[in-house]
Design a protein around this ligand. Sequence first.
Ligand code: PMT
Length: 219
Amino acid sequence: MRFLITAGPTREPLDPVRYLSNRSSGKMGCALASAALEAGHEVVLVSGPVALEPPPGAQITRVETARQMFEAVRDQISGCEAAIFCAAVADYRPVSVAGQKIKKTGERLVLELERTEDILGSARSIFGFRGFLAGFAAETTNLLEHAHDKLRRKGCDLVIANDVSRAGIGFDSAENEVILCLPGAREIPLPRQTKAGLARAIIAFITETHPPQTPPSPQ
Ligand code: PMT
């Protein structure tokens, strides 16, 4: 199978030297890419700015912003049979980007933000993707409720629920623990382990339960 995997954070510029971002290291997304390659699949990796080297053998597209990630996914998803959206994409970006470094003036500075592109939410509705679609849900409250809601609203086959309120798992950690949320309110917990181990289990689950049935969507 050919997998499209997104990884890492996005950076939304405020001025030439500052940006809004988050603590995603890209470890989980790179682990998924490595696990898919190890299992003999092809991988298209769309990655935000991370310090990690991408796994050898992946076709890599590096992006910075949510808009660039949206465009890279839009351009490459049609040739893939499965997509896993692991990136921590900014939900909002500054409405305007200052041309020069913002100077310290008053005691407060108010930023106006606007919504970014919903890349996962566009996979079915805008990109016309018909392959296996997996998203993540990184939540600090009501984990499973939000995960099942995302599964339904975004037309996913799988949402990987990730409790990011707990120390030692989630963002920028070596280990993770997730629950696979599936249609029909089914749930499969995957116990705490290295991100590499978890990634192997997720790729095995996808390939064993959903062997490719549909040809890639038309270019
Ligand atoms: O990178 P690491 O340090 O290893 O950390 C791994 C991780 C915690 C980032 C990863 O396991 C994880 O949970 N990724 C999802 C992060 C996230 O931002 O989740 P979310 O619940 O905000 O978004 C839901 C889904 O929509 C995700 O699949 C996300 O990629 C996607 N999304 C979100 C916003 C947006 N504008 N477009 C999107 O496609």
